[in-house]
Structures are given as C-alpha cells and as structure tokens.
Design a protein around this ligand. Structure first.
Ligand code: SAH
Length: 347
C-alpha cells in the first residue's frame, strides 16, 4: 500500500484472495462444476484418457491440476480412469498447483488411495517438472488478480483501491500482452490479468519442449470485448468487492481471447474456446446422466438429469463457462474441440 493508502487493484485482489482461500471454506460461498456433480469429473476423466492416447500414451506422464479446490475433480477423474483406462491411470503422476495449505490438506484427503503414485504439490505452475503433461484447471484463472484500466480521451487511467472505493490515476505502465488495441470507448473499463497471461506463456513454453495439452474451463468472454467484471461472492450472495478483504471470493471473468493470444504467441496450438455446454454434451454428458439415472428412484433420477442441465444448459452454466485447450504444436485436436464451433463473441 502507498503512503496515501492507495493499493493497485491486482495487489488488493491477490491479498484478499490469499486470505480468503487460506482461511475460509470457499465452497460455502459458491458451487463449482465438480461440486455440482461427479459427472463433470467423469467426463473430463474420459477426456484425459483419449487425450493421452492422442499423445502416444506416454508412461509416465504428469497429470496436473491447477487450483484443485477440494480435490473433487481429480478424485472423480482418477476413479473413472482406474475403471475404464487402467494403463492411463497407472502412468499418471499427479501434480497439484495450490497455494492454500488448508486446501492442500483437503486435497490430500480426497485423493487418499486414488492415485497410483505419491501426489506432489507446487506453489506455481512453473515449478511442475518437465515431461509429457495433461493439465486441467477449472475456475482457476478467474481467481487470479486483475488490473482495471479506464479509457481516457488520450490514453489509459488505472483503478486503485482506497478504503471501500476506487480512485483513478493516469496509468504509469501498461502490462505486456494486454489487449489495449480494442476499441474501448472513453470511460469504459478494460481488464488485464497479467498472471493469467504469464500462465499461458509458461504452459506454451513447456508444451513446446514436451508433448501435452492443457484444458482451462472457466467463466468468461471470448472476443474483442471489455467491461468491469470484478465480483465478490460471500455466503452465496453478491457482495461489494472492496469490503472486508478475505471474507469474500473475488473473481473476474476470464479474457479467453487475450489468454489464447499469449499462448499462441509463445508457440503453442490453441483449440477453442468452445462453450462448456458444447464440450460436455459432445463428450457424452447426457448419455452418462441417463446411465446414472436408470433404475434410480424418481427424485434421484430427476436430480441427476437436473445436474446435467445445470452444467450444460445455455441459460445455466453451459454458455457463460467456456473451455480452451492449449496444446503442443502438431498434436491432434483434443476430444470435444475438433468439430465444435468456436464460442465466438458471446460474453
Ligand atoms: N478447481 C476447483 C476450485 C476452484 S477455486 C473447483 O472447480 O472446485 C480456486 C482454486 O485455486 C482454489 O483451490 C485456490 O486455493 C486456488 N488458487 C487461487 N489462486 C491461486 C494461485 N495464485 N496459485 C495457485 N492456486 C491458486
């Protein structure tokens, strides 16, 4: 913080979220796709098995998750892999990227007895050892800190946090890779997540050295768009993002176009984005729901079908959430991305 008590928005957000994920049970405040239904992890587990085939079945390979939360997605994927793709399961060395010591302990519990080899944790994606890799990240990028720039008549201002409000100052620097060429009208906000762009570059660099695919699923927009998307959730209710740092989950929508451009510029292939609905439906979500619902009492069968709708229907999570795959140059299109149309400019 500066002497005047001003703090750049990304520094405020990093500090608030570190306290939030270290201290609270985030999942009391929001429900993520893996927490909604085991089907999410099962479908993505099948995605991992097919992607691994497409990479030439490397043994061993790194199965990495960034921001694993409660460990539910990885646990569901490993259960599926053990059953339907035992060779892939046996070859997978699990690496988790997680900063919160509390969540690391929760993840260790969730994965107890599920992995073929000891699970390894890292602070940062850059610390994951080299080698063939499949990486997944669900609702990871949205938690990374953003800066907000406001278009002025002749340049850019930047928003700083002061007390419970914002103050705006002429921008002293513009982060590399930020989409400052978009036609943002004066007074409107453009967000830049430098950490997400750094993740895109680091992943792309790895994927040039060794074969692999990284799948990012998150809510966000794809196209030359802008706007203020900073939001806070506290006890499942929207809250003012600048109140009580550490007590609410702060997120921003992911700028998939900027993320894709950073990965491409660093030499990786990019597939998508496609909507979460298109990805999951294309990978067999509804067939899996029917399979699980068969023979269950009506209320349970209804809950299973409703969970599938919640994940994939356009008016629920299906369209706002998108999936983007970053891949080593020349690998086949990952499953779910080959024939699907890009999600385009739907915010
Ligand atoms: N993927 C999970 C959890 C999403 S919440 C799910 O879908 O349920 C975001 C996760 O990212 C949490 O596990 C949080 O602790 C972790 N996280 C947030 N910022 C991080 C950072 N900078 N580096 C590593 N992990 C981070």
């Amino acid at each position: 913080m500066t002497a005047g008590g001003e703090e750049r928005l990304d520094r405020f957000m990093a500090r608030a979220n570190a306290a939030y994920y270290a201290g609270r049970d985030p999942f009391a405040d929001f429900a993520t796709a893996p927490e909604i239904s085991q089907m999410f992890g099962e479908i993505l587990g099948a995605w991992v098995a097919v992607t691994w085939q497409g990479m030439g079945r490397p043994d061993p390979f790194l199965l990495v998750e960034a921001g694993p939360g409660r460990g539910t997605l990885m646990a569901d994927m490993l259960r599926l892999l053990a059953r339907v793709a035992p060779e892939c399961h046996a070859a997978a060395a699990i690496h988790l990227v997680e900063t919160s010591p509390r969540l690391r302990a929760v993840q260790a519990g969730a994965l107890e007895g599920r992995a073929a080899r000891p699970v390894v944790w890292h602070e940062r994606i850059e610390a994951v050892p080299d080698g063939p890799m499949i990486l997944l990240a669900n609702e990871f990028l949205d938690a990374l800190p953003i800066r907000q720039f406001v278009r002025s008549v002749d340049g850019w201002d930047e928003r700083f946090v002061q007390g419970m409000g914002f103050v705006t100052r002429p921008a002293a620097d513009l982060p590399a890779g930020g989409p400052f060429d978009r036609p943002v009208p004066p007074g409107e906000v453009l967000e830049v997540c430098a950490d997400a762009l750094a993740v895109a570059r680091a992943i792309a660099a790895r994927l040039r050295r060794a074969p692999g695919v990284a799948l990012f699923v998150d809510y966000g927009y794809d196209g030359a768009l802008w706007g203020d998307t900073l939001q806070a959730l506290r006890e499942r209710e929207p809250a003012w993002p600048l109140a009580d740092p550490g007590q609410a989950d702060l997120t921003a929508h992911v700028d998939f176009a900027a993320f894709a451009a950073a990965a491409r510029t660093a030499g990786a292939d990019v597939h998508g984005s496609v909507t979460q609905g298109a990805l999951l439906a294309g990978l067999g979500l509804f067939a899996r729901a029917e399979q699980l619902a068969r023979g269950r009492p009506p209320a349970e069968a209804h809950a299973i079908r409703d969970a599938a709708q919640r994940l994939a229907a356009p008016d629920r999570m299906g369209r706002l959430f998108k999936a983007l795959a970053v891949a080593s140059p020349g690998l086949p299109s990952p499953p779910g991305f080959a024939a699907a149309p890009a999600s385009g400019d739907i915010p």
